[in-house]
Design a binder for this molecule. Structure first.
Ligand SMILES: *Cc1c(COP(=O)(O)O)cnc(C)c1O
Length: 413
């Protein structure tokens, strides 16, 4: 891969079967956006769709739109579109709430499947909200339920008959390391443990097949690779075999079998609908659906191939040009073990990231020392990678990252 020229890179972009998708997104001219794993960019179709939902469905048709515009079925309709991306059936996914809330729902569901078991298991360094939700459930249980965190490599050894649920992120948010979903799920099932997969860095980034892996539950974000917009609704998957066994802990009225009976007694809806809770945010649903409609036009195998190629290219160019500046790879070099991001350790990572953002190359920083670059194969090009590495090297060579202004931490990193 060494000694590539910009002409070689442009040829890769000409041969890219997904090249046509970039035109379906708003991307500022002066920005190289490698943070679609944190907030996906704006599909061109979204503003007009939101305008219609706001002015016509809300402004003109008012409350009638719950029926006439089918607002009431948006969580299921949007959920069914997500199902196609994650190897689930249409009636196993709802778009609802946030990922954090959905983690609570599925953890509490697992506790019901195994009422005598007391351990919620995850890995140290998992995305904090997943683990915090476990800790909240421990408190809610009066201490009967405990959270257990072990090193990622020790997960299989920690599976035993006390564990009520195993919760893992499929692609780790910092290291980009991808777990063997089918293998881990099978090992947990041998001990009677249901598995929850957090797909926040997988859905829309690479092929996922929950049902062939026999996954029990899954959750994930709508605003990352699915391009649903800031704070977009999240999603929840529950395998059909578990639906009727779960009495939702968040027993909101829209998960009731007949919400408009206004009954005093909660009766869970049949199937996946019981995992809904309260009134869905229709503006967010509409924006998320626009993101999904673009994504569903793409071939997942093309997506995965391009994402691997972009990551490989980034790593190779860094090794070739940026080897003297103290970066060490924080993600797997083998694309088969990596999600759609690359990350590097650097002791001055925060300031370096701020300096390249000031030059229009947007990635992000994750404490304590990780620079993270996400690849959204629908809108990132090989040339984006080339230019990003060029800017990073330039910022290191010139030392411009040492400017004091880049050391000041903002609220969001
Ligand atoms: C981004 C992310 C979340 C975010 O949860 P929210 O409730 O949307 O804030 C959760 N889990 C993982 C693994 C993430 O990467």
């Amino acid at each position: 891969m060494s000694n590539l020229t910009l002409d070689d890179i442009r040829e890769m972009d000409r041969d890219d079967p997904l090249a046509g998708f970039r035109g379906r997104f708003e991307l500022p001219e002066d920005v190289i956006y490698l943070d679609g794993n944190s907030l996906g960019c704006l599909p061109k179709a979204t503003p007009a769709r939101l305008e219609t939902v706001v002015r016509e469905e809300w402004g003109r048709d008012l409350i009638r739109s719950w029926n006439t515009a089918d607002w009431i079925n948006a969580p299921r309709r949007v959920g069914a579109k997500i199902a196609k991306l994650i190897g689930a059936s249409d009636d196993e996914v709802v778009a609802a709430d946030s990922t954090s809330i959905n983690v609570f729902k599925v953890l509490s569901a697992c506790l019901q499947l195994n009422p005598e078991r007391t351990i919620l298991l995850s890995e140290r360094g998992n995305f904090p909200t997943d683990v915090y939700m476990m800790q909240g459930l421990s408190v809610l249980s009066g201490g009967r339920i405990e959270t257990r965190l072990v090193d990622g490599k020790d997960i299989i050894g920690a599976l035993d008959a006390t564990v009520a649920a195993l919760l893992l992120t499929h692609v780790h948010y910092k290291t980009g390391r991808m777990r063997d979903m089918a293998g881990v799920t099978a090992a947990a099932h041998k001990k009677g443990i249901p598995v929850i997969w957090d797909l926040s860095h997988s859905a829309g980034a690479l092929p996922v097949d929950l049902n062939s892996a026999k996954a029990d539950f899954a959750v994930g974000c709508g605003y990352k690779y699915l391009n649903g917009g800031p704070g977009a609704p999240a999603f929840l998957f529950a395998a059909k075999r578990h639906h009727e066994a779960v009495f939702p802990a968040l027993s909101g009225w829209l998960g009731h079998a007949a919400p408009f009976d206004f009954d005093d007694a909660y009766r869970p809806a049949p199937g996946i609908d019981r995992f809904q809770c309260g009134t869905p945010g229709i503006l967010g649903m509409a924006a998320l659906e626009c993101g999904l409609d673009v994504m569903l036009d793409a071939d997942m195998a093309d997506l995965r191939a391009k994402s691997s190629a972009l990551g490989d290219l980034f790593i190779a160019l860094m090794a070739e040009r940026c080897a003297d500046f103290g970066f060490t790879l924080a993600c797997p070099a083998d694309p088969a073990e990596r999600g759609s991001q690359v990350s590097f350790h650097h002791p001055d990572g925060y300031a370096i990231m701020q300096a390249i953002i000031a030059r229009g190359v947007i990635g992000d920083f994750r404490a304590p020392d990780i620079l993270r670059f996400g690849f959204a194969p629908l809108y990132n090009s090989h040339e984006d990678v080339w230019r990003a590495v060029h800017v990073l090297c330039d910022v290191m060579q010139s030392g411009e990252w040492r400017d004091d202004k880049y050391a000041q931490r903002a609220a969001v990193t």
